[in-house]
Design a protein. Structure first.
Lengths: 347, 289
């Protein structure tokens, strides 16, 4: 679709006007790092940020989500929550755009999840092009997520005093009505082209092999000794899965008030790294060791999710690498598995 | 819990996705204790709707304020009568709370979920059932369906093993099956007691007691994870093909609808693709068994 320009000085007004109709989310600076938050003051929005600890998925897959409320006294009546909340999320990086595309697919395939899809339909994404690597942990270029061809409503590229704005959907076109914008001139389009091609070289390839070979590599690595090494190091703290933009597993629990009458059934983020995740009623645990649980995690990221949903389960954002206390990183793991196959020929 | 149930089966109701996590209230109409740990609950859905399940499927049973647990349906569709039965072993919070419930109490039900046994594929075949311990309740649904449509099948052989005579479930029904001329039933216990006159030994020791025609035989087993390896070896050793061996893989299904990840075996969501699988589909997946 067409390309437009919004001047940086006009951005706060854009946000302010949008906030008359929408809840606004976006990255803000907090304790020396960044977090996606609901924006009250447009000046808090920091579009030029490195990365956030938690991905933006929390806007439609909250850490804790009420499935229904109940009143045990009222003949066990249950009440679905209201999900009405139109939201615009600013500043989503392209790695996270790819992750959201995967989540959209998962929750709308087979049984359609009404909670996710309802929130998602009411959430509009204004993504932003990364012009520099956020840090040494990200590997978006290797995963093919350094750009996004769709999955956003508006997409911004920082061109100095102004943003180039790409319209990605009809909803995006409507959002743009809230901004003071002009169609991009030939000069501005040229500048966009120059900025994008300059950025490419600044991002390193960090995977030692082609990402298309990742599923086969993992397939051959089921019995790699690396899993035991990871298992020995892993603290099973679940930080990796908690910060992951493509993790979507959850637990279902009941919460009850002190009156023992009113309560709610909730789903909360869960982690395959925790001991009880695959334990059944009689106590049998299908992934007893941390080694098996780490293997499951990396297999999910590079193979299982692809087989189940046709999307790669890792977008190279690097959040799990930053969060890990014992330095278990996807790049380290994938490259080591590759080295074992290439050099050692171990099975 | 939900008004205006216009569907005729809970299965059809559950297909409308707004109800994905919303349970329907079922009333307990009968409670039969089988032993210290196991009780059979008969449940009735509201507005005369039936469950609409297939043998091998499961439901999510919930008690508000306690939580939800996946439990396989033990009654056969051929004997539904507007109700269905769950055999519940007291192992956790939800099942513990269920065990305290009486006739007239209500529970929440979602489902039925998953892939059941492909009973049509068994027509004309001999069926060798090998349930172990608590594997009988889910298989009972299939066994009674087969008995009710007896003419459609060849031989029906049931090898059932439990830890001790007290843990043999559905004893009245075992007696009925044993009395039928068209059912071959062999029982065993790992450890007998003073009254036990029957076979003693693990379930695999019963296989040498029977002769079958392997090309025309379907093997079906449900039991604790530790049992599968050994029963599979017996089935394969009898000459059954991998595609003709069926088993049900129990997992900790939290959602039942292929999202929560707890039941995942490699890329397979067992609550959707299973819990019933032909062995040929899962034999390469090392976390399956």
């Amino acid at each position: 679709m067409s390309l437009n320009i919004i001047k940086k000085k006009d951005l706060p007004d854009f946000v302010r006007r949008l906030s008359s109709k929408f809840r606004i989310g976006g990255p803000v600076e907090e304790n020396g790092t960044y977090a996606f938050k609901v924006i009250e003051d447009p000046n808090d929005l920091k579009l030029d940020y490195t990365t956030t600890i938690l991905p933006p998925k929390k806007f439609f897959l909250p850490i804790k989500d009420t499935l229904f409320e109940f009143d045990k006294g009222g003949n066990g009546k249950v009440q679905a929550p209201s999900l009405e909340q139109q939201t615009v999320v600013f500043g989503v990086h392209t790695c996270d755009v790819h992750a959201i595309k995967l989540l959209d697919h998962v929750f709308a395939t087979g049984h359609i999840d009404p909670y996710y899809t309802s929130r998602r339909k009411q959430t509009f994404i204004i993504s932003i092009e990364c012009l520099n690597p956020c840090d040494e942990n990200s590997f978006c270029k290797s995963m093919g997520t350094l750009s996004a061809e769709d999955g956003y409503d508006l997409h911004l590229t920082d061109l100095g005093d102004y943003y180039a704005v790409d319209i990605g959907s009809d909803a995006g076109k409507d959002l743009l009505q809230y901004a003071t914008s002009t169609p991009a001139s030939n000069e501005e389009i040229k500048k966009l082209n120059a900025v994008i091609s300059e950025k490419w070289g600044r991002f390193p390839y960090r995977l030692d092999f082609d990402v298309n070979d990742l599923p086969s590599l993992l397939n051959m690595s089921m019995k790699s000794p690396l899993w035991n090494e990871l298992g020995d190091r892993c603290l099973a703290c679940a930080a990796c899965t908690n910060v992951c933009p493509t993790c979507f597993c959850f637990d279902v629990k009941d919460e009850i008030e002190l009156d023992f009458q009113h309560g709610r059934r909730v789903r909360i983020w869960d982690s395959c790294q925790l001991d009880e995740f695959a334990t059944i009623g009689d106590g049998h645990n299908f992934r007893k060791s941390r080694a098996l649980r780490q293997r499951h995690r990396f297999m999910r990221k590079g193979k299982y999710i692809l087989e189940a949903h046709n999307y790669l389960g890792c977008v190279g954002c690097g959040r799990c690498a930053r969060a890990c206390l014992v330095n278990i990183t996807p790049i380290g793991v994938f490259n080591e598995l590759y080295r074992q196959k290439e050099v050692g020929g171990q099975s | 819990m939900i008004a205006n149930l216009s569907s005729t089966t809970l299965a059809a109701y559950g297909e409308t996705d707004n109800h994905l996590f919303m349970p329907v209230t079922a009333r307990i109409t009968k409670v039969v204790p089988l032993n210290e740990q196991n009780k059979v609950f008969t449940l009735e859905l509201p507005d005369g709707i039936s469950l609409g399940h297939k043998p091998g499927q499961f439901v999510e049973v919930s008690i508000l304020g306690v939580g939800e647990a996946p439990i396989s349906v033990t009654s056969s569709p051929s004997r539904s009568n507007g109700t269905f039965e769950l055999c519940v072993r007291k192992v956790g919070d939800v099942t513990g709370a269920l065990h305290k419930m009486k006739v007239g109490d209500t529970v929440g039900v979602r489902g039925p979920f998953g892939r059941g046994f492909p009973i049509e594929k068994f027509h004309g075949k001999d069926i060798l059932f090998a349930p172990g311990g608590l594997g009988l309740p889910p298989l009972r649904s299939l066994i009674n369906q087969v008995i009710d449509e007896r003419a459609r099948f060849g031989r029906v052989i049931i090898l059932y093993g439990a830890r001790n005579p007290d843990e043999l479930l559905f004893k009245d029904e075992l007696k009925e099956w044993g009395n039928r001329k068209d059912v071959e039933l062999l029982l065993t216990v790992d450890k007998g007691d003073e009254n036990w006159k029957g076979h003693v030994g693990v379930i695999t020791t019963l296989f040498k007691e029977i002769s079958i025609y392997p090309r025309n035989t379907i093997g079906v087993t449900v039991g604790p994870p530790v049992m599968y390896k050994f029963v599979l070896m017996e089935f394969l050793g009898k000459g059954l093909s991998e595609g003709n061996i069926y088993l049900s893989l129990e997992r900790r299904m939290k959602c039942g609808v292929g999202k929560c990840g707890h039941c995942q075996i490699h890329h397979i969501y067992s609550c959707q693709s299973g819990p019933v699988f032909p062995y040929s589909e899962i034999k390469g997946l090392e976390e399956a068994l």
